[in-house]
Design a protein around this ligand. Structure first.
Ligand SMILES: [Zn+2]
Length: 450
């Protein structure tokens, strides 16, 4: 068996790793969009011929792990995509959304629903924690890892020259005590580990719980003054965690009597998927659901369905909360809410996630006093607040916990992927000093014999 690193090498996006047996059977782990690639497009250039791949295993639905699957199929991939049932459901929503974005930007004639259905047809749901034979000599186990509904690490075992061998792909590792999601599960031992390092050199600030934090921001923005709170939020994952936090405040009578507008159709569809897969959620969320309460719906919540209504709430003149996408303010309806309110000193814009350079989210995150909407320059008078409470990624300590659960073995190879170069180097330095591991940071195209 050999492994080839085809993406997410010394960078975060574009997860794609290939295992190939001696006879040439080919397994792809993740098939993610690479946002750093200037060729990033509806039909990207793949580093391998998709028709030579036998099966794709998908860790989770985020687009930097799943986004190239439709293009991979169009380019000749004939096999199945094995993943968990919630991941398949979320990925289908994201494929449709992604195709709509391509259609609007490039004028390519595609039907987003057809594109999503084509990819969904290939997806085969696999039960977690149960070894599944993809061939008589190769077993695959999906093990829940928090991070996003349905997300898993993938453990693969095979027999080589009479010896059992194994590799573990971490996927994106979630954090402990995250709203809605379970903690990462304990992992089985493996000879090789392919580890994400998004937060390889950072720790989360550990001050408030999400409930206390949101309660404080709502009070400061909407009670102490007649203001409005705008939360640009990623539609799948963050929005559900935010709604769940607001629902908890509502049930505990800690949410002031203001309207909460949920303004994203993709987020609404994502919420339905979370409701379908309650058994995947953490014990606290499952207990709330089994007591007959909704996890996401409360009296003050108003779903916004039309563009016209979305425009109207930008100017709603009572204190309120607006949840809208996209999280990076790089598109979507949140743009007109920000445009209308950025000069309002009574408005707080709460950033709950990272934004890449070149987006308005990044301009606000980095403290720019003037931002540009299309050609117009607009001063920032609203209060900007950032929190990492809703980040779905383990921080440096969480990554170390993941690695340190395995018995110490000097011959264990760890491949670091899915991190900025500096983050990866800093994390490698820690692994080299505190753990006797054989640490590698492969470059794109590198192949290792396993
Ligand atoms: Zn992810």
């Amino acid at each position: 068996m050999k492994i080839t690193f085809l993406g997410a090498t010394r960078q975060v996006t574009g997860s794609m790793f290939q295992l190939t047996t001696e006879e040439g059977y080919s397994i792809l782990i993740d098939c993610g969009s690479d946002f750093s690639d200037p060729q990033y497009s509806y039909s990207p250039a793949f580093p391998i011929d998709p028709s030579t791949v036998n099966v794709v295993l998908l860790t989770h639905a985020h687009i930097d792990h799943s986004g190239y699957i439709p293009a991979f199929i169009r380019a000749g991939f004939k096999g199945q995509v094995l993943t968990t049932a919630p991941t398949a459901a979320l990925a289908e929503l994201l494929f449709e959304d992604n195709a709509s974005i391509f259609r609007s930007r490039t004028k390519i004639k595609i039907d987003p629903a057809e594109e999503a259905a084509m990819a969904a047809d290939r997806m085969v749901p696999i039960k977690p924690n149960q070894p599944f034979s993809i061939r008589e000599d190769i077993n695959v186990t999906f093990i829940p890892v928090g991070h996003l509904l349905g997300a898993c690490s993938i453990h693969i075992e095979w027999v080589s020259k009479g010896n059992k061998k194994s590799i573990l792909f971490s996927g994106d590792i979630g954090r402990k005590d995250y709203p809605l999601l379970s903690n990462p599960s304990p992992m089985p031992d493996a000879d090789y580990i392919v580890l994400e390092t998004t937060y390889g050199n950072r720790l989360h600030s550990g001050d408030d719980s999400s409930v206390e934090f949101i309660e404080r921001i709502v009070k400061e923005t909407c009670v102490d003054q007649p203001g409005r709170l705008i939360i640009p939020s990623f539609s799948l994952g963050r929005t559900q965690s935010l709604l769940y936090t607001l629902q908890q405040l509502s049930l505990q009578h800690r949410l002031p009597k203001i309207k909460v507008f949920a303004d994203s159709t993709l987020a609404a569809a994502g919420t339905r998927v979370y409701e379908r897969f309650v058994s995947w959620l953490n014990p606290q969320a499952r207990a709330l659901a089994s007591s007959g309460h909704s996890l996401f719906d409360f009296d003050q919540l108003i779903p916004i369905r039309t563009y016209k209504d979305s425009k109207l709430i930008s100017n709603y003149n009572e204190p309120c909360i607006i949840l809208s996408s996209s999280g990076m303010i790089s598109g979507g309806k949140v743009q007109h809410h920000i445009r209308q309110n950025i000069q309002n000193p009574y408005c707080t814009i709460l950033l709950v996630g990272y934004s890449v350079a070149g987006t308005i989210g990044n301009d606000l995150l980095t403290g720019k006093k003037v931002i540009q909407f299309k050609r117009k320059k607009i001063p920032v008078d609203a209060r900007i607040v950032y929190t990492d409470i809703y980040s779905g990624h383990a921080d440096q300590k969480g990554l170390l916990d993941y690695i340190e659960q395995f018995p110490k073995r000097s011959n264990r190879k760890v491949f670091l992927v899915h991190g900025e170069w500096q983050s990866m180097q800093d994390f490698a330095a820690i692994l080299n000093t505190t753990n006797s591991l054989d640490v590698h940071m492969p470059e794109k195209g590198n192949t290792y014999e396993l």
